[in-house]
Design a protein around this ligand. Structure first.
Ligand code: EPS
Length: 346
């Protein structure tokens, strides 16, 4: 089964990701991986760290001449800002981040030791993994995109930028909503037979694993709660040319935990970044006296970047579901299985 782990602190030597379960015979393209890493660093409102780092991945195992071997693939992304041992102690937790809960959980005495791993820096490794999974999915014409739906409640691009500029001038932050769209996924990925095999639960779990995400919905999502069934369930039709098709896609491409052949559509809400340059009330964990929360270099808005990370986690889940269904070992065998499956269901 396809699985991955990441490691690395925000200001440590670098980030490492291991992707196990990729089939042998997949030709990788490092330029495509690095292009995804660059996308993650972009977006109006990104912080100064993005001017320091130029994230590039090295693939240090699992390939020969950039073709996968079926063995674990390891990625390394070095940090230019490797300064963990020199950074100041953090004693006042930021409301909204892992600071206080992490300190108490791990019995630490310096919040720096929490935030280093809790930082959204870890998503660079996630995007590296997702980029490799996208290359695998492209073998089956499955493509994944994202777009910013809203920022601080604004849906117009100019209004979004104005809200971000307002946050910058007010030393505040903003969040928003992004949408991930998967095109080309076949019917039949995931299953209703067990909760953890449902494609929707795996995708939702992946999206919720991104730092800062506070809500996720599939298709019409919360809109289902306002409607009659007759208004929202996607009616089914059939023609010799198209096979089965639907007149709408409120289900967001998933029914009963299984992909139904329509575009898979998810939306997620990224909360405003927790590090505020006008800090909120907090407590000094040593003196227990009232204090202002820690401030340090950070972002104002990361909704666009979060969408790129959303694409990556969806790419991993879809690659995992494709391998579950069509085999894991050898790309050539998987392609034969996929072709036979499409012929049967057509
Ligand atoms: C980030 C790297 C971090 C933060 C930010 C995102 O780098 P640094 O702490 O050195 O500035 O800028 O992390 C957060 C906003 C957060 O809340 O964790 C990155 O690489 O995306």
């Amino acid at each position: 089964m396809l699985r991955y782990l990441t490691a690395g602190e925000s200001h440590g030597k670098g980030l490492v990701a291991i992707l196990e379960g990729l089939p042998a015979g997949l030709k990788l393209n490092l330029d495509k991986v690095n292009a995804e890493l660059k996308r993650r660093q972009e977006g109006f409102g990104r912080g100064l760290r993005m001017k320091i780092e130029n994230d590039q991945a090295e693939i240090i195992s699992g390939v020969k001449n950039m073709v996968t071997l079926g063995s674990p693939l390891a990625l390394l992304i070095k940090n230019k800002d490797y300064s963990i041992e020199k950074m100041h102690k953090v004693m006042c937790p930021r409301p909204g981040h892992a600071d206080l809960a992490g300190l108490l959980k791990y019995g630490l005495f310096d919040i720096r030791e929490v935030l280093e791993r809790a930082s959204a820096r870890s998503t660079a490794a996630t995007v590296g993994i997702g980029a490799v999974c996208k290359i695998f999915l492209s073998q089956f014409d499955i493509k994944i995109f994202s777009k910013v739906v809203s920022v601080a409640g604004e849906i117009d691009f100019i209004a979004m930028k104005e809200k971000i500029s307002q946050a910058i001038s007010q030393k505040d932050t903003v969040g928003g909503v992004f949408e991930v769209i998967v095109q080309g996924a076949p019917v039949g990925l995931g299953s209703y037979v067990q909760p953890d095999l449902r494609l929707d639960s795996r995708l939702a779990g992946g999206i919720m694993s991104i730092p800062g995400i506070k809500a996720v919905e599939i298709g019409l999502g919360f809109g289902y709660g306002d409607s009659f069934g007759s208004q929202v369930h996607d009616q089914i039709f059939y023609s010799r040319g198209k096979g089965y098709f639907r007149s709408s896609n409120n289900a967001g491409g998933i029914e009963g935990g299984i992909s139904n052949g329509e575009d898979i559509i998810l939306r997620a809400c990224m909360k405003p970044i927790c590090t505020l340059m006008q800090p909120l009330a907090s407590v000094n964990i040593s003196s227990k006296k009232a204090a202002k929360a820690n401030t340090e270099r950070s972002d104002t808005c990361v909704v666009e970047a979060a969408g790129v990370v959303g694409e990556a986690v969806c790419a991993f889940v879809l690659a995992q579901a494709m391998l579950d269904k069509f085999g894991n070992d050898c790309l050539a065998d998987i392609k034969v299985n996929y072709k036979n499956y499409l012929k049967r269901i057509r």
